[in-house]
Design a protein around this ligand. Structure first.
Ligand SMILES: [Zn+2]
Length: 128
């Protein structure tokens, strides 16, 4: 079989898997931190709600809580993307565009290990 320049070799897949696992650990810690922060804010809001009804403090906590929960959601979504990419590595479908079936390309995968589409199919393009 001739060497396909677009084919991903095992060394590259190992590297990507390693990068994904490292990011997964970082995101996981972030998710835990945001989760406990959200819990602390939720408790504070309850206290503030009963102590200072009609004042603005409880609202500030609510806004903080929304922000933290939003950030938590994002991290959880990111963890899902990382898990999906790890699944694709395990299944042998990693690096294949889910839209056109073509190769996503090494450079793009190195920059974005969780990419599911090639640059042509990715609309709107990321990073704009
Ligand atoms: Zn494509």
């Amino acid at each position: 079989m001739a060497t396909d320049a677009t084919a991903l070799d095992q060394a590259f897949l190992d590297e990507q898997q390693h990068a994904l696992l490292e990011e997964r650990e970082t995101e996981w810690r972030e998710a835990q931190a945001l989760d406990s922060e959200a819990n602390a804010l939720a408790r504070r809001r309850e206290t503030e709600g009963s102590l200072q009804e009609g004042f603005g403090t409880g609202e500030t906590t609510s806004v903080d809580l929304q922000r933290v929960r939003g950030a938590h959601e994002q991290v959880v979504r990111r963890l899902g993307e990382i898990d999906a990419a790890l699944d694709r590595i395990a299944a042998g479908t990693y690096g294949r565009c889910e839209s056109c079936g073509g190769p996503i390309g090494r450079d793009r995968l190195q920059a974005l290990p969780t990419a599911t589409r090639c640059i042509r199919c990715q609309t709107p393009p990321r990073g704009l």
